[in-house]
Design a protein around this ligand. Structure first.
Ligand SMILES: Nc1ncnc2c1ncn2[C@@H]1O[C@H](COP(=O)(O)OP(=O)(O)OP(=O)(O)O)[C@@H](O)[C@H]1O
Length: 295
């Protein structure tokens, strides 16, 4: 199966509520995508639809050029780790591994056992005796050891402490390097994960606001800081996402590439230029956007 995903004009309505409004996108295989957006903007709905687990109300979805719905050949090579309730509470880890082994065609049992040790879990442990963080770790183990060509993590780390989350990120990169696959992570912990994403998708109110390579995003969005009157000429023809004043000083978030000359001119004027962290950029982008200097 080619692990590319295509959504064309995907709309999802729940009764009268529009959760997704004509979303079109293409995800190439063997890349790491970050799906970002505020609460309730449609991320989980989109992930369910693009993985063939839920039909859209309108629009078309294809995995590897074919509709994914109710196709065992797609499902056995696709792993979806949800925020919670991934497992029946009465099962123990051994039973869950057994099911995973029979379900996922690329399941790696030795790797799963290795990960179990890393996350301090045992085969005998029942899901109902696990803390939230332990259950999340188990979800992550299944996601990684499935080695599925498309692996989706939808906020998979609830209850995990910072150290355990870091272990997850390190393992993800390490295993992806050895076994490339299409990874999609929906997350609110953007700054923790932004280094990992090759491409970022930002959603707002049921629509896809932006899909961009993370490096390109970093090269086209900046904070400019300095005295208001000195900043002002540099803001013409640039998209201003946000501005904050402190006395005569101003910090302005702009979305625009900067030429070397422009950077030098800014430096001469005593202005500072710094990168906008992706999390901040998402917040600015999903707030009201304004264009040009007249703000
Ligand atoms: N089963 C459902 N029935 C009715 N409305 C739903 C259902 N599932 C989702 N919605 C609504 O659809 C919209 C999108 O929800 P969705 O869960 O896809 O967003 P999300 O971006 O994943 O949110 P979060 O970040 O909070 O998890 C929300 O307004 C939500 O209330």
């Amino acid at each position: 199966m080619s692990a590319s995903i295509m959504c064309s004009d995907v709309t999802k309505t729940y009764r009268s509520a529009v959760a997704l409004d004509q979303v079109s996108l293409t995800l190439e295989e063997n890349k790491i995508y970050g799906l970002l957006g505020r609460n309730g903007v449609g991320k989980t709905s989109l992930l369910h639809i693009m993985s063939g687990q839920m039909y859209p109300s309108h629009g078309d979805v294809q995995i590897g050029g074919k509709p994914p719905f109710e196709k065992p050949s797609v499902l056995e090579d696709l792993c979806f780790v949800k925020e919670s309730n991934n497992f029946m509470k009465n099962l123990n880890v051994k039973q869950i591994f057994h099911i995973a082994r029979s379900f996922y065609k690329k399941w790696d049992q030795n790797y799963a056992l290795e990960l179990l040790e890393t996350f301090n879990l045992t085969l005998k442990q029942k899901v109902k005796t696990m803390s939230k963080g332990m259950e999340s770790s188990l979800g992550i183990i299944i996601g990684l050891a499935s080695r599925a060509s498309i692996t989706i993590f939808d906020e998979p780390y609830i209850g995990m402490d910072a150290a355990a989350r870091q272990t997850f990120y390190d393992l993800l990169i390490e295993d992806y390097t050895e076994h490339p696959r299409t990874l999609i992570l929906s997350t609110h912990l953007i700054d923790e994960l932004s280094k990992i994403f090759e491409e970022v998708l930002i959603m707002d109110q049921g629509t896809l606001l932006l899909q961009e390579k993370t490096d390109a995003l970093r090269n086209t969005s900046y904070y400019l800081q300095g005295p208001k009157e000195k900043l002002s000429p540099f803001l013409r023809e640039k998209t201003v996402l946000h501005r904050e004043s402190l006395g005569s000083e101003e910090t302005v978030a702009v979305q625009h590439s900067l030429s070397t000359e422009e950077r030098q001119q800014m430096k001469q004027e005593g202005l500072t230029v710094s990168a906008i962290p992706i999390q901040k950029l998402m917040i600015h982008l999903t707030s009201q956007q304004k264009k040009g200097e007249a703000l």
